[in-house]
Design a protein around this ligand. Structure first.
Ligand code: PMP
Length: 419
């Protein structure tokens, strides 16, 4: 069997113990179609370390009780674990206060919360929302919904052929009419790391609040909301080695405080009569109903794991994988990389003129290699590049140079078979 932990020749491989890391993720030792799994679909979701899986079992085995409402022991224990996780997230993002950390189901729900709550309260006909040309549908459709309701326009920061935003256009895009900017931090289709700081600075010159979609940034880059000075930031736990079904909305306290609730129900109220209600304080005002307690706790454990590795070290290691994979893929006949920005991380999208991405993906699957093919929930971006889909390999801290070699050999076989 191939040794999938081979890292020789990787200058950065010594940054951390890759073999130990791989042993922390039980799924990585699986075989698929009789071949060892090479998991390169990390932009879709990351695998989970055993301690995260254990935390879920531990929660349901010894802690399960509803939070906030109980005076009994188990409720106190689960409330403490749940709120401790919120504090870990607050520290991870360097937020000012744990009131600024709202638990949601994921990036999509976080963005819908802001579009619906902030948008309904603050937008009016004729206003404009700025997005980028590389938004995931999750950071586009919620804004289209509110724009349609309020009769507003969406303005798009364009992207060049390398997959870099054309920031010279910012002056033409922002105006007195702009009332919000919803901006992709790292592109899930191209891997581009956008200069969000510059966009935020420009937006603030027009008093425009900015939401960052950090779904693809959170596990690859240090994210400091105070340094960024963004008004809102959204991410999903499952892309940060945590469970599915849990995500985070960060928002500046002053803005969240002024916003109306997103959903009504238990936990988000202060007083209720038959005709009206007053609402709970932050963050609970935005957490109607029973939260996803176990997975929120699991996310805290995932953050502990990432912090123990160090996000800077993870970034450096993943960059070495990206550079190696890019150099190898570029050598292959007829292969074109989509997304060649100078500042990229962990994602390579590629196409062939004559081979459909779905054929690439299906063929590689038989080799045990998991990549993603399709439009990656960025149909307007695919349209911009004049392509229907790409094949996308995306990396995480547990991938190795050896796995990239297996990918390259797999793609060579695809070329051989389909040429
Ligand atoms: N934005 C980006 C950039 C993403 O990559 C994704 C997930 N592919 C999302 C938003 C949506 O995340 P989720 O499905 O976890 O809500």
């Amino acid at each position: 069997m191939t040794n999938r932990t081979e890292t020789s020749g990787m200058p950065e491989a010594g940054i951390f113990n890759i073999e130990k890391i791989r042993n922390d993720f039980p799924i990585l030792s699986k075989t698929i179609h009789g071949k060892p799994l090479v998991y390169l679909d990390n932009a879709a979701t990351t695998q989970k370390p055993q301690i995260v899986i254990d935390s879920l079992v531990e929660y349901y085995t010894s802690m399960n009780a509803n939070v906030h409402r109980g005076v009994h022991h188990l409720s106190e224990v689960s409330t403490k674990a749940f709120e401790d996780s919120r504090i870990k997230i607050k520290n991870f993002l360097n937020a000012n206060s744990d009131k600024e950390i709202i638990f949601t189901r994921g990036t999509t729900e976080s963005i819908n919360l802001v579009a619906s709550s902030y948008g309904r309260a603050n937008f009016k006909a004729g206003d404009e929302i700025v997005v980028t040309a590389m938004e995931h549908h999750s950071n586009l459709v919620p804004w289209q919904l509110i724009a349609k309701e309020k009769n507003m326009t969406i303005k798009v920061i364009p992207v060049d052929d390398n997959g870099e935003l054309i920031l010279n256009e910012l002056e033409n895009i922002f105006s007195e009419k702009t009332k919000f900017a919803a901006i992709n931090f790292v592109s899930n289709s191209l891997g581009t790391i956008n200069d969000v700081k510059k966009i935020i600075e420009t937006a603030h010159q027009y008093n425009v609040p900015v939401l960052l979609d950090a779904a693809q940034a959170i596990n690859h880059l240090p994210v400091d909301v105070q340094k960024l000075d963004c008004e809102f930031l959204a991410f999903s736990g499952h892309k940060l080695y945590g469970p599915t079904g849990i995500g985070v909305l960060y928002g500046k306290e002053k803005l969240l405080d002024a916003m109306p609730p997103f959903m009504g129900g238990g936990d988000m109220i202060a007083r209720v009569t038959y005709n009206e209600s007053t609402y709970n304080e932050l963050p609970y005002k935005f957490e109607a109903g029973t939260s996803n307690i176990a997975d929120a706790i699991g996310l805290g454990v995932a953050i502990d794991y990432v912090e123990q590795m160090g996000i800077e070290k993870i970034a450096m290691y993943e960059n070495s994988l990206l550079e190696y994979a890019t150099a190898q893929l570029q050598k292959l006949d007829g292969l074109k990389i989509i997304g060649t920005a100078k500042n990229k991380c962990a994602v390579i999208s590629f196409i062939f003129d004559t081979i459909h991405p779905h054929d690439v993906g299906t063929f590689l699957d038989f080799e045990g290699i998991a990549i993603r093919t399709g439009h990656h929930c960025t149909q307007p971006l695919m349209h911009r590049f004049g392509i229907p889909a790409t094949s996308r390999a995306s990396f995480a801290m547990y991938n190795t140079k050896d796995e990239i070699d297996i990918l390259i050999n797999g793609v060579k076989k695809v070329i051989e078979v389909f040429k």
